[in-house]
Write a protein that binds this ligand. Structure first.
Ligand SMILES: NC(=O)C1=CN([C@@H]2O[C@H](COP(=O)(O)OP(=O)(O)OC[C@H]3O[C@@H](n4cnc5c(N)ncnc54)[C@H](OP(=O)(O)O)[C@@H]3O)[C@@H](O)[C@H]2O)[C@@H](O)CC1
Ligand SMILES: Nc1ncnc2c1ncn2[C@@H]1O[C@H](COP(=O)(O)OP(=O)(O)O)[C@@H](O)[C@H]1O
Length: 296
């Protein structure tokens, strides 16, 4: 397995060009934060804005919109149903990506929403939370397969529980079943079956691509901190990865860089505040310090 370190990923960082405008810096759109989980939508949107995307637009509930207008007024806001009508197309000069699922519970309405977003998105996707529930169904799986056939990539960001659900939805493969206690092999199984980069989160985070030849190609990040074991840190990670994807990084590079910056933000927050007291909001606040530390 390849160990991810700050030093190893520093060169992946997107360049901020002198002649940049907000669109050349990448549009990150997010379909996040239903009325029961507005906080997850706010956290993911704030993280995407912090992680360098030039234009951030949240398609969200009224509840999350009200909060975002106060804590992140630079974010452009729209309702869920506007995604299919307004979502950005991309070209080489104007990259874009969409994050979907943070703070979307597994209701029928949300599952329909996720599938319609996957069908409408002509951009790379980050699928988290409720979007992972949606693709573990036959129709959700088919929507993702069509997205891939249309030439667009996807990154899946499951925690252990979500990974178990993604694997349970697959046909049983006796050859690989024995290996699935190993998280690197779980990540690889998910990446290959769903044809997407898999970021399997936990105390150690494993990143696998569909074309990895075996577990030896899976990357592992093990330098994080249990300070990150707090509700909402996964939503921050999804926003970070989405923003990097929106700046034109490859799915694998965006995933690896996002995981290391997020982990380092947790470590720096823990150093400053003590691991016990670190909040998810502190992790957001320490992202700039983590970026400076990595690109120094
Ligand atoms: N502020 C907000 O608005 C927030 C909103 N949020 C939103 O909530 C939605 C639901 O997400 P969710 O993760 O809370 O619930 P769910 O998908 O049911 O999974 C939990 C089950 O999985 C299992 N499990 C196994 N391994 C695990 C692991 N390593 N890490 C965690 N769990 C693990 C675990 O079982 P255990 O092993 O603990 O018995 C448990 O039974 C989602 O849309 C998300 O974005 C949150 O982000 C929080 C902040
Ligand atoms: N003990 C730990 N050590 C290091 N990182 C952790 C630990 N526990 C959780 N994390 C990290 O915190 C984040 C939690 O994400 P997730 O489980 O999706 O939470 P949520 O859905 O509440 O946002 C992941 O990036 C994970 O790798």
């Amino acid at each position: 397995m390849r160990k991810l370190t700050k030093k190893a990923i520093a060169q992946l960082f997107p360049q901020l060009k002198q002649d940049a405008n907000k669109y050349t810096r990448g549009t990150c759109e997010l379909v996040v934060g239903d009325r029961n989980f507005p906080g997850a939508g706010v956290l993911a949107t704030m993280a995407a804005t912090r992680m360098g995307s030039g234009y951030v637009k949240a398609y969200t509930s009224d509840e999350a919109a009200a909060a975002l207008r106060i804590v992140q007024p630079s974010a452009v806001i729209a309702s869920f149903k506007q995604y299919g009508v307004e979502c950005h197309a991309q070209d080489d000069l104007h990259p874009s990506a969409t994050v979907v699922g943070c703070g979307l519970a597994g209701t029928e309405g949300n599952m329909t929403l996720v599938k319609s977003v996957i069908a409408a998105a002509a951009v790379p996707l980050v699928l988290d939370g409720g979007a992972l529930t949606a693709i573990a169904t036959e129709s959700g799986f088919a929507a993702l397969a069509d997205h891939r056939l249309n030439g667009f990539s996807a990154i899946l960001t499951p925690h252990g529980g979500e990974a178990a659900r993604l694997i349970a939805a697959l046909p049983v493969d006796a050859e690989v079943a024995d290996d699935l206690h190993d998280p690197a092999r779980q990540a690889l199984r998910i990446a290959r079956a769903y044809d997407a980069v898999c970021v399997l989160k936990g105390p150690q985070t494993y990143i696998a691509s569909p074309d990895d030849a075996g577990a030896k190609d899976v990357a592992v990040y093990a330098d994080g901190t249990p300070a990150l074991a707090k509700a909402g840190t996964g939503d921050v990670l999804a926003g970070c990865i989405g923003a990097l994807l929106a700046q034109g990084l490859s799915p694998r590079d965006a995933a690896e860089l996002g995981v290391v910056i997020h982990g380092e933000a947790g470590v720096l927050a823990a150093e400053k505040l003590g691991a016990f007291c670190v909040t998810t909001e502190d992790v957001l606040r320490f992202i700039p310090k983590a970026v400076k530390e990595i690109v120094k």
